[in-house]
Design a protein around this ligand. Structure first.
Ligand SMILES: Cc1cc2nc3c(=O)[nH]c(=O)nc-3n(C[C@H](O)[C@H](O)[C@H](O)COP(=O)(O)OP(=O)(O)OC[C@H]3O[C@@H](n4cnc5c(N)ncnc54)[C@H](O)[C@@H]3O)c2cc1C
Length: 374
């Protein structure tokens, strides 16, 4: 008999939903709980690079995913006035017939993943959290906040940066840390020539344009916010414009169109890395719960998705649960640590205004590493 048949996934974000798909494809019985009673996803987009496209194929969702996304090939890096500094060709890791990279709205991605997980038979319950969790050698007894209970062979904490499950395993040993920067985002109609990921570097921060659909793209900007200030919601448009002051070209034109603060998504950058095995007994962390990093390399969700695929593979191979989780860690730990550290390094160099820093080399190093098989 397999050591794991019944799994509880805590958290219905990108990592939890991909884990539900991956585990259901291996024939495991999956319950997924999500804290939010209404499963809302905020309205900007996400960059998914070639390793993610490859994993979407392995999850068996590639066609639906590509149908909801904007496929593109290259990543370009420009100076603040729009001059080209580098053009990095995409890598078609999912196969020659599939695109290298994808931009997708978070909402569209959520629909693809949640519809697939539900269609595959994952039992999804919303507005629910773990009340109590007690494990013995044979299983984990879980009490839920609605008074119901369940017993599982494995509990997967995919509950994000402020993970409750991480707290249950490690107490307050791992706390999110503010890095000193924040990200500003705003959607726009796609400009016809934004058919690739366009990064713009300036002394004030880095901006970028990401195509999300035929008619949609989003603008992102990183900024230094040393004291993690409270941003009055009604001032976000004005504050985003002010931080884009050093940019000309298309970014400068778009800056003037940022007028409605309700359309600006502001997020301070916070990171955490569990620097030891991400499990104890029958409880495992994946995704941001274990390794939330900054968005500089656009790989946070990518690492959560890879975690989900590898977990499904290892749970379907032989050995005890301890063997399976050790093998999972062997395939995930150093790779996620690399992405985590390199992303944070890029931000630290921006904060230090280190203009000699080889950012293009850093991006190429990330692409080479993530192209490797997991
Ligand atoms: C500004 C910004 C831009 C980014 N851009 C990119 C990008 O371009 N590409 C990329 O790959 N990554 C990007 N990322 C990173 C990416 O968003 C995260 O790495 C990814 O969302 C992690 O997924 P997750 O499922 O682990 O966690 P989350 O997305 O945080 O999902 C956790 C889920 O668990 C639920 N939850 C929380 N607590 C509980 C609880 N106690 N019980 C039950 N449910 C709970 C939450 O409601 C949520 O639905 C970006 C991050 C930021 C901040």
């Amino acid at each position: 008999m397999k050591p794991v048949n019944k799994v509880l996934i805590v958290g219905g974000g990108i990592g939890g939903l991909c884990a539900a798909i991956s585990l259901r494809r291996q024939g495991l019985d999956v319950d997924l709980i999500e804290l939010k009673p209404q499963w809302t996803v905020y309205g900007v987009g996400i960059i998914q690079q070639s390793n993610v496209v490859r994993e979407m194929a392995r999850l068996g969702v590639l066609d639906a995913y590509l149908g909801a996304a904007y496929a593109f090939e290259d990543v370009a890096i420009y100076g603040p006035q729009g001059q080209t500094l580098a053009r990095i060709p995409g890598q078609r890791l999912a196969g020659p017939e599939y695109p290298a990279n994808v931009g997708i709205s978070r909402l569209a991605l959520h629909h693809v993943l949640s519809d697939t997980a539900a269609a595959l038979g994952a039992r999804i319950r919303l507005g629910l959290a773990v009340q109590s969790l007690e494990q013995d050698g044979e299983g984990v007894d879980v009490g839920f906040t609605d008074g119901s209970q369940g017993r599982y062979d494995l509990v997967v904490g995919a509950d994000g940066l402020y993970s409750q499950i991480r707290g249950l395993l490690f107490g307050d040993r791992y706390q999110p840390r503010f890095t000193g920067q924040a990200v500003w985002r705003h959607n726009f109609p796609r400009a016809p020539h934004i058919d690739h990921l366009a990064n713009f570097q300036s002394a004030a921060g880095n901006a970028g344009l990401v195509p999300l659909a035929g008619d949609l793209m989003y603008l992102f900007l990183t900024s230094h916010e040393p004291d993690n200030p409270w941003m009055e919601p009604g001032t976000l448009a004005e504050q985003m414009r002010a931080r884009l002051a050093g940019f000309g070209g298309l970014i400068g034109e778009l800056r003037e169109q940022i007028q409605d603060s309700a359309q600006v998504v502001y997020k301070p950058m916070e990171v955490v890395f569990v620097d030891e095995p991400w499990y104890q007994g029958r409880v495992l962390l994946i995704g941001d719960a274990a390794h939330a990093t900054t968005p500089h390399l656009g790989q946070g969700a990518g690492m959560a998705i890879e975690d989900a695929v590898v977990l499904g593979e290892e749970l379907s191979r032989g050995g005890s649960l301890a063997d399976q989780l050790q093998r999972f860690m062997a395939r995930r730990f150093e790779r996620c640590k690399f992405i985590s550290e390199q992303s944070i390094l890029a931000g630290d160099k921006e904060i230090a205004r280190d203009h000699g820093f080889d950012r293009i080399g850093l991006v190429k190093g990330m692409l080479a590493r993530t192209a490797e098989p997991i």
